[in-house]
Design a protein around this ligand. Structure first.
Ligand code: AMP
Ligand code: MG
Ligand code: MG
Length: 221
């Protein structure tokens, strides 16, 4: 009898209850942009646009969007940028410019039911605020585009990491190190960075199933 009560109470411990996530899908984004050493570029442009869609019921990949983008102002990549991101000149030369890729991305969101037209069923996840607070608005301004409303809020993985571990991480690498996870792929490749963020998310929910992935940041607040 005592054993049965113990087993039952263990099952009901809060950390063993899987929280129902508010968002059905997480959309992990990690842009790469044109760059120079010491951040000395005046007009960075997006050159890699990855998005890994994750189902929050099983924490597996639902879908992947991945496009390289041809920059317009500085179409020739600096050797520093190629060294940092692994993106070669040939990789972007025949790609489309940002407005076309961004339209493709919005269609992809729509087709897959991630665009939040009816409900807030999806949320973007980034590591830090740079991607959606700085880079996307900047790129949209360069191309005379309006930032769509659904890109004006996101989940900062570093903040979620802090809530779970009372430690504010410096970077993706730092989060991996703290969780004893190895880095997979190439650091500063947008798709690898996104996949490593997925690994971090999967480990966070395994370690702490009560964690809630909800919006942490807004563009205008
Ligand atoms: P990340 O997502 O950390 O790979 O970085 C996103 C973008 O920030 C890169 O594609 C670069 O444009 C810029 N960046 C990151 N680290 C550096 C660095 N050490 N020096 C110059 N630019 C950088
Ligand atoms: Mg990044
Ligand atoms: Mg990156």
């Amino acid at each position: 009898m005592a054993m049965r009560i113990l087993a039952k109470s263990k099952l009901l411990r809060p950390e063993n209850i899987n929280v129902i996530q508010k968002l059905k899908n997480l959309l992990i984004i990690d842009f790469e942009a044109t760059c120079e050493k010491n951040f000395a570029i005046s007009t960075p442009e997006i050159i890699e646009f990855p998005c890994v869609a994750v189902n929050t019921k099983n924490w597996q990949i639902d879908n992947v969007f991945h496009h390289y983008v041809k920059p317009q102002i500085n179409p020739i990549l600096s050797p520093f940028c190629t060294d940092l991101t692994g993106i070669m000149q040939e990789t972007i030369d025949n790609e489309e410019h940002f407005p076309v890729v961004f339209e493709k991305f919005q269609n992809w969101l729509e087709i897959n039911g991630y665009s939040n037209d009816d409900s807030n069923s999806s949320g973007f996840v980034t590591s830090g605020d740079w991607d959606l607070k700085v880079m996307l608005p900047y790129q949209c301004k360069l191309d005379d585009l309006i930032v769509p409303d659904n890109f004006k809020q996101w989940i900062d993985l570093k903040k979620i990491f802090f809530n779970a571990n009372q430690y504010y991480p410096r970077s993706i690498k730092d989060m991996l190190r703290k969780l004893n996870l190895s880095h997979e792929g190439r650091l500063h490749s947008g798709l690898s960075d996104s996949m490593n963020m997925l690994k971090i998310i999967q480990t966070l929910v395994t370690n702490k199933p009560t964690i809630q992935f909800d919006i942490t940041s807004h563009l205008c607040k």
